[in-house]
Write a protein that binds this ligand. Structure first.
Ligand code: ADP
Length: 753
């Protein structure tokens, strides 16, 4: 991560402009007659020109680029080029480090080396220089640090990569208002809970008062004996009423917290499914699962705790008022330990907060590790990485253990001190109250009642000392959830164009796309695919083949250029409509939990059994399905447990046949099966592709010989296109790929002998 990134033209108002390249460089620029406030970008490399650890800076203003080496407190200029002279730029990954190279007047020049972890940052600068050479000086200057995990508000590094705002910068008031807004449907219940809490407090206040009457008027006076029975009976009734109120409060609270969190989970899932694919690229599945399942569960527990806090606040206020009204002079003594305890709680909280944060993060990471392991257990086993996963889990578990110990031990030290303060406060009352009784200023009954109230007062008071900790946790979790709800969903434009019956004419016009806009993986692509045409897309791994089909499905939007289906820009079509017209058969077909029939009918849930069987027959799947004991009603697991790769593939072909799309995408559909299975799949595919626009990515190039046209991609560019025969005769890129594959197959064959 670079130390300093400076952008003078900052579009994002939260990026502070105070950072700057080191002073020696600023001074040196001044000596060259440059105004340092004109610096638009400064990026630090962690290697010196001789490849050892050191410091070099790449600095840009509107017109120039400089490379400075910084050593022993001075700055040495290594290169200076006019930006207008730079024709191109790129970064290259070498062994152990990377380099940035520019073409100045057609001459390649290496500017500097840097360690590989800085490659993204320098990549963005290189892309900017490349774009500027083509588009001119108005090209926006990137933020090389855009990916780094920093708090959106204070820009400090974030410990927890799952959030965007650090706990210190959370806007509590706003968050609470949003939470209350979400809880609006439960207003009635909330009012009921508050009413029950108030009633509970009032009932709690009665027994000590009756104790006073019991001591002063019944035990010491000379009333009829039945008064004693009445009072004790009264106390019993109060206890029963109290139990009733507690039961009702618990019932309402549990109902509120459970229903609220359940509706929150629904809302999160509803939002999640509308998020664009790149959100899922950036967030690990385990993390998302933790957030939806565990965070909501924790929120539920916290809501119950909040009710307890509310009860305690009411008790403290109610009892405080009674204490003062009963014996104002004693009331003041009650308050003596209170400021001490509050101050202690405040300092404790200040001291503990970082520990708590560390603990929450450790716990959350532990869960995410487990979730990720469970989601990827097959990969873990396939690569025999159990030990590594065990190590990872152990490390996370240990981190959680350490942070938990820190929190609990600190609490165990703090709590006895608080108890001591309160108990000492009680002794003061015994002394002052006892004196008042001896001097006949108050009755014994009043003192006893006072002491009972006191016992009830300090309990809730000490409980309130950790309200801030719980509240903080509550707000952090809520913040995380709102961040997810605030993620921009992929939406259609206001009035999407309707195309009732798509013909399947796809055009790419100057399409450039990068998952990171500064690293294009498809470049200036122009392609016209006629309705019903079958296109084979080939190219080395990483050439952008899958990306091409992702763009057709509008899983991502192009960075530049337009893709049209039947002449309409796909951004103007409704996404649902596009995807209804597209069918996919992927390399690793995904089967959902359910029966085979349900899986085949996934894209058309109302399909009849006859339709399902017809599709399965066309996909060469009927025979193997009927051989299974449960036939079409066989339950398959999430990953299609119990079926071979080829069988799963044919189920997914049947699914596509039933879905009946105008546009079909076959992504390496036959790559991992034996020859016999491949033949069966090929046959099934031939049925499927008839009359549809088909884009097929194939590992075995021979499977594409019957395509109408082959498109060869290389580094995201269209290298060659034409009918397969013609391309083979031309002996160009496709021919070379086929040759390479044939040679490899021959070597494999020899190795197998
Ligand atoms: P191909 O299908 O030809 O093997 P891809 O289209 O999958 O190539 O990938 C093209 C480039 O895009 C590769 O460099 C790959 O690392 C990158 N890439 C693919 N998917 C993603 C993604 N979801 N996020 C970031 N980069 C990606």
């Amino acid at each position: 991560m670079p130390d300093r990134v400076v952008r003078s033209a900052a579009p994002d108002p939260v990026v502070p402009d105070s950072s700057a390249p080191p002073q020696p460089i600023v001074d040196a620029l001044r000596n060259l007659g440059k105004d340092p406030s004109g610096i638009r970008l400064a990026l630090r490399s962690d290697l010196s020109p001789d490849g050892t650890f050191g410091e070099q800076w790449l600095v840009l203003d509107d017109a120039d680029l400089w490379v400075w080496e910084r050593s022993n407190g001075s700055a040495q200029l290594r290169y200076n080029y006019s930006l207008d002279a730079i024709r191109d730029a790129k970064v290259e990954r070498c062994v152990g480090n990377g380099l940035i190279q520019v073409a100045v007047d057609e001459e390649p020049r290496v500017l500097m080396h840097f360690s590989n972890e800085l490659i993204d940052q320098f990549g963005r600068v290189a892309f900017y220089l490349h774009e500027r050479a083509e588009e001119g000086p108005d090209t926006p200057v990137p933020d090389p640090d855009a990916d780094a995990h920093r708090c959106r508000v204070c820009r400090q590094p974030l410990l927890d990569r799952s959030i965007k705002v650090c706990p210190r910068c959370i806007q509590r008031g706003r968050l609470m208002r949003r939470l209350l807004g979400l809880a609006r449907p439960y207003r009635g219940r909330m009012v009921a809970i508050v009413a029950l809490l108030l009633a509970g407090v009032l009932v709690d206040l009665l027994p000590p008062y009756l104790t006073r009457v019991l001591i002063d008027d019944v035990l010491r006076g000379d009333p009829p004996r039945h008064m004693l029975v009445t009072l004790v009976g009264g106390l019993l009734v109060i206890q029963i009423v109290r139990v009733g109120i507690t039961l009702l409060t618990n019932w309402q609270t549990i109902n509120l917290s459970t229903r609220f969190t359940s509706s929150l989970r629904d809302a999160l899932f509803a939002h999640l499914k509308r998020l664009p694919i790149d959100y899922f690229d950036k967030n690990q599945i385990g993390r998302l699962m933790t957030r939806i399942n565990q965070d909501t569960g924790e929120l539920q527990g916290l809501i119950s705790q909040m009710t307890t806090f509310a009860l305690n606040i009411l008790l403290v206020v109610g009892i405080g008022a009674v204490l003062f009204s009963m014996a104002p002079s004693l009331g003041l003594y009650v308050l003596i330990p209170t400021p001490l305890v509050l101050a202690a709680a405040f300092f404790y909280y200040r001291y503990m907060r970082p520990h708590f944060e560390r603990f929450w993060i450790a716990r959350w990471r532990l869960n995410a590790t487990l979730n990720t392991f469970l989601s990827g257990v097959r990969v873990v086993k396939a690569f025999a990485q159990e030990e590594q996963e065990q190590d990872r889990y152990h490390r996370r578990n240990h981190q959680m253990l350490a942070s938990r110990l820190q929190v609990d031990l600190a609490w165990s030290r703090f709590f006895p001190l608080v108890s001591f303060a309160f108990n000492a406060g009680g002794l003061i009352i015994w002394y002052a109250g006892g004196s008042a009784v001896l001097d006949d200023r108050i009755t014994l009954g009043t003192l006893m009642a006072f002491l009972s109230y006191l016992g009830m007062f300090y309990g809730p008071m000490s409980n309130l000392t950790h309200i801030s900790q719980t509240l903080n946790q509550f707000l952090t979790i809520s913040q995380r959830m709102f961040e997810m709800l605030d993620e921009e969903p992929q939406t259609d434009q206001a009035n999407p164009v309707r195309v009732p019956q798509v013909k399947g004419h796809i055009t790419f016009e100057n399409v450039t796309f990068g998952y990171d806009p500064y690293f294009p993986v498809i470049r200036d692509l122009n392609l016209d695919i006629k309705p019903g045409e079958m296109i084979g897309v080939v190219g080395p791994s990483g050439a952008g083949k899958t990306t091409l089909v992702n763009l057709i499905c509008r899983f991502y939007d192009t960075t530049r250029g337009t893709i049209r289906i039947d002449g309409v820009d796909i951004r103007e079509l409704s996404m649902e409509e596009i995807r209804r017209q597209i069918g996919m058969v992927l390399q690793t077909p995904f089967l959902f939990q359910g029966t085979l029939a349900e899986n085949i009918a996934y894209g058309k849930p109302d399909a009849t059994r006859e339709e399902i069987i017809r599709a399965a027959k066309a996909a060469n799947a009927h025979d193997f399905i009927t051989r299974l004991p449960e036939g079409y009603d066989t339950i398959v697991g999430e990953g299609g447990t119990g079926l071979s790769g080829g069988e799963r593939q044919r189920i997914s072909i049947a699914r596509a046949i039933l879905h009946d799309p105008r546009i079909l995408i076959l992504d390496e559909a036959t790559s991992s099966v034996d020859t016999e299975t491949e033949r069966q799949i090929q046959e099934a595919l031939e049925t499927l592709v008839k009359g549809r626009t088909t884009i097929a990515i194939a590992h075995r190039l021979s499977t594409l010989y019957n395509a109408d046209r082959i498109v060869v991609l290389n580094h995201g560019r269209l290298e060659e296109e034409g009918p397969p025969r013609e391309l083979l005769d031309n002996k160009g890129a496709f021919y070379n790929l086929v040759q390479l594959q044939t040679q490899l197959a021959r070597i494999d064959g020899v190795a197998a002998l």
